[in-house]
Write a protein that binds this ligand. Structure first.
Ligand SMILES: [Zn+2]
Ligand SMILES: [Zn+2]
Ligand SMILES: [Zn+2]
Ligand SMILES: [Zn+2]
Length: 489
């Protein structure tokens, strides 16, 4: 199921447990690991039934077992899972098991993989990872949702009695649910729906907020892990399970919730967040200084100005961020509200602060949607220019937080490119730009397109990123042909 490259090997230490390290010097882009998913499952809260075979929407049930949905395109699903309910140990279980509780689907699939002698070994690495249930039981994480949507209905169905060797108790089932969540990547189904793909090796890599690898997923849910940056012999292979555009406090909160992990990586310990200042505040005492968090041994600390040394208590910062977070939720997609929030918080936060980035991304996406739907009666140059400005603000931050080959940076470049081309074509058509000025802008666009293509060159063709590559290539062709016409070189 997994295919390790000879360039990496297993290692073990106390802090990371079992992990992978580079076996030699490796170039950026080189493949380290290829893996098929152990299982692909809908999210727990998914109410829409999916074909057991291909995971696209389905309302029809498999005629043989009558338990699993099967779409028109698929004639059968896993023989073992079908047989189990058709005439095996599960034949006495009520046929509307999934119809009534579709949330159990992912766990049910895992239990059947464990039951099947042919796939049991594949699951071993996953199930032998111990889960400290006490860490999860009363936490604010997923426990309650697992309990209501998965564990209780599954136990009530009589399935535990049909799989006696697995000794399924509520705790065993909870541990499996947590293992599924902790070892899943979000994957996209054929119908565009997001699903959970459970990968035993790829998703079990230790976390670092600045990963040295990229995870590529193709349409068949195959995973390829490749080096994002050159690796040295002995380097630990890391993946990231957070959004790099979040600030340290947000990322850590999310990692605690989703993975029960206290991250102490280099970015988390660097109050400037790799020079981006994504969590820095404007100093209240002096006009020009920025205050950074003085991270204490427990991970919390007050903010202090780098220029005048003035103190900004952590409680004040947290209060401000909570207020701003609330205001963002309240804004509910209103462009004017976002713009006024931006004006307000610019006075208090570093220009690269994650909250300002969040507001800017919101504004940019509203402007993009408006442009797509042609809802701006006449595409107003002012709004197009605003979008270019916002997209260009994001570029240096995206570049800094994910070094090397980066899908995040590629997508940011693409967004910038689209907004730029739209603006300059209109400006040129309305004679705001001379031929020479237009050509100069086209060259900037061409450069951005090439850089984006370079970032994506190791992505599989049949993937979302592969299609993005085609889209950028088309844009580049268009730009280059205009450059031939107007470039005059
Ligand atoms: Zn199907
Ligand atoms: Zn069936
Ligand atoms: Zn970290
Ligand atoms: Zn100051």
């Amino acid at each position: 199921m997994q295919d390790f490259s000879e360039k990496i090997q297993q290692a073990h230490n106390e802090k990371l447990g079992r992990h992978l390290v580079a076996n030699m010097n490796i170039d950026a882009g080189e493949t380290l690991l290829e893996e098929r998913p152990l299982l692909v499952a809908p999210h727990w809260e998914c109410g829409q039934m999916k074909c057991a075979q291909c995971m696209q929407e389905s309302y029809v049930m498999c005629r043989r077992c009558q338990v699993f949905p099967l779409c028109m395109d698929c004639s059968q699903h896993s023989d073992f899972e079908c047989e189990f309910f058709a005439s095996g140990a599960g034949s006495r279980i009520c046929k509307d098991l999934l119809v009534k509780n579709y949330g159990i689907c992912g766990l049910l699939k895992l239990l059947l993989l464990l039951e099947d002698p042919a796939t049991r070994a594949d699951c071993q690495t996953l199930v032998e990872r111990t889960v400290q249930l006490e860490d999860y039981r009363d936490g604010e994480g997923m426990w309650q949702e697992h309990e209501e949507q998965v564990v209780r209905p599954l136990l009530a169905s009589g399935l535990a009695e049909a799989m006696p060797t697995q000794q399924l108790t509520a705790d065993v089932l909870h541990a499996h649910c947590i293992r599924i969540d902790c070892n899943a990547f979000e994957v996209t189904g054929r119908d565009g729906e997001t699903l959970k793909g459970v990968y035993v090796c790829g998703a079990g890599l230790p976390h670092h907020c600045v990963p040295n690898t990229v995870v590529a997923l193709d349409e068949q849910f195959n995973m390829k892990l490749y080096a994002a940056v050159p690796l040295n012999d002995g380097d630990v292979i890391y993946n990231s399970y957070t959004n790099p555009l979040m600030g340290t406090s947000q990322r850590q909160h999310q990692l605690r919730l989703s993975r029960h992990l206290d991250c102490t990586c280099s970015r988390c310990q660097d109050a400037t967040e790799m020079g981006t200042h994504m969590s820095s505040m404007k100093c209240r005492e002096c006009s020009a200084g920025f205050a950074i968090c003085e991270i204490g041994p427990d991970g919390s600390g007050d903010w202090r100005c780098l220029d005048c040394n003035a103190l900004l208590p952590a409680a004040d910062v947290h209060e401000l961020l909570a207020e701003a977070g609330g205001a963002l939720v309240e804004a509910k997609g209103d462009l004017q509200v976002y713009e006024s929030l931006l004006v307000r918080y610019k006075q208090l936060l570093h220009p690269n602060h994650f909250l300002l980035l969040d507001i800017k991304q919101n504004i940019a996406s509203i402007l993009r949607a408006a442009a797509l739907m042609n809802s701006m009666e006449q595409p107003c140059k002012k709004l197009l220019a605003r979008r270019v400005e916002l997209c260009s603000d994001l570029l240096p931050v995206c570049r800094a937080v994910v070094p090397g080959l980066s899908k995040l940076y590629a997508i940011a470049l693409f967004e910038y490119l689209l907004s730029l081309v739209e603006l300059i074509e209109l400006q040129f058509a309305e004679s705001d730009l001379t031929k020479k000025e237009y050509a100069a802008q086209l060259r900037i666009g061409s450069q951005a397109a090439k850089e984006a293509l370079d970032m994506l060159r190791f992505e599989p063709e049949n993937s979302a990123e592969g299609y993005l590559t085609d889209r950028i290539s088309m844009e580049l062709e268009r730009i280059d042909s205009d450059l031939m016409k107007y470039g005059g070189r």
